[in-house]
Design a protein around this ligand. Structure first.
Ligand SMILES: [Zn+2]
Length: 330
């Protein structure tokens, strides 16, 4: 900027001098002689934005405002330099703010996208000096890599509605017969209930609630089970309703293994119905997809850690249609 200011001052000097000489020549050749020349018309000098002091939002805003002015079009070299400084400043602030929890990622993303597009625009010009080209490349890489680390933009996801235990009339769990979750959730296993007590088209929430109470009763009271609660963490009926089963603070009871080894860190989801001869309804599959996606967003469950019950025990559960579904979704 210092250089530019002195150039501008120099320009003003030349213009002033030329005006003076021109007035003198005109005065000498044509019109009546004048002792003093007309004062030179004031030349408007655009001082550009104030670039003194350290990088600040005020400075970036001043640059941004100046780049909008017609004057900026008349100084392409200076304009390029200021565009670089603006985009570099945006990346610098975004890098700093990315480490602060209270700056929303949506705001950072807008800033970084503006910088990225700005650097791309600069790189598309043939007039960049080698040094400016290198700065734009570095800035572009920094903006792109930081953008890659930001949380994905909040998509309008269909709301996941889970019907809680009190709504379906669950019996109280017996903690002394339950095992607390250890080490966090790392896998999901899909089952079917293999019974057709509810309407295949969905039925009412009361029908499904009744089925859930029967399953829970069997799991808690059957002498072969005597579990502390229903074995699954979630159940989905044909209408696509998702019900809360065993609380996620407890390990499930659904995949067997020696001493229940297959249940460790394994979320159990049961689709109500018998799918050995027919597929689940589209509504039920849609809810299953949403639920699995929701669980994966909440817990570090790798894509290949989605299982069908049969993969643990060789049982027919959850039937060929759902086994196919599982394979397609991991
Ligand atoms: Zn099963």
């Amino acid at each position: 900027m210092q250089v530019r200011r002195s150039r501008a001052a120099f320009g003003l000097g030349i213009v002033g001098l030329l005006s003076f000489l021109l007035a003198f020549v005109i005065g000498a050749c044509g019109g009546p002689a004048k002792l003093a020349p007309e004062p030179a018309p004031a030349v408007e000098v655009d001082p550009g934005p104030d670039l003194t002091g350290p990088l600040s939002w005020q400075k970036l805003e001043a640059i941004e405002a100046w780049l909008e002015t017609p004057q900026s079009q008349r100084s392409p070299d200076f304009r390029t330099e200021l565009e670089l400084q603006l985009h570099e400043g945006r990346v610098t602030f975004a890098q700093r703010d990315a480490e602060r929890a209270n700056v929303p990622h949506d705001a950072l993303r807008l800033r970084l996208e503006a910088a990225r597009d700005g650097f791309r625009g600069l790189l598309a010009r043939s007039t960049l000096m080698p040094g400016q080209n290198a700065r734009a490349q570095i800035g572009l890489r920094a903006a792109e890599s930081l953008l890659g680390t930001l949380a994905k933009p909040a998509e309008k996801k269909p709301a996941l509605v889970v019907i809680d235990r009190s709504r379906w009339g669950a019996a109280t769990a017996v903690p002394t017969r339950l095992t607390a979750l250890r080490g966090g959730w790392s896998r999901i296993t899909i089952h079917h209930s293999a019974e057709e007590s509810s309407d295949g088209k969905g039925g009412s929430v009361e029908d499904s609630s009744h089925t859930l109470r029967l399953i829970q009763k069997f799991h808690m009271e059957d002498p072969g089970h005597r579990w502390g609660d229903i074995g699954y963490h979630f159940l989905i009926d044909s209408g696509g309703r998702i019900f809360e089963g065993r609380d996620l603070k407890w390990q499930g009871a659904h995949a067997g293994g020696k001493d229940g080894a297959n249940n460790v860190q394994n979320i159990g989801i049961c689709m109500l119905g018998d799918f050995s001869r027919r597929p689940p309804t589209p509504a039920a599959l849609k809810s299953l997809e949403l639920l699995v996606a929701d669980l994966r967003s909440r817990f570090p469950i790798a894509a290949n850690r989605l299982f069908a019950h049969t993969e643990f025990t060789g049982s027919e559960c959850p039937g060929p249609y759902l086994i196919d579904w599982v394979k397609k979704h991991r």
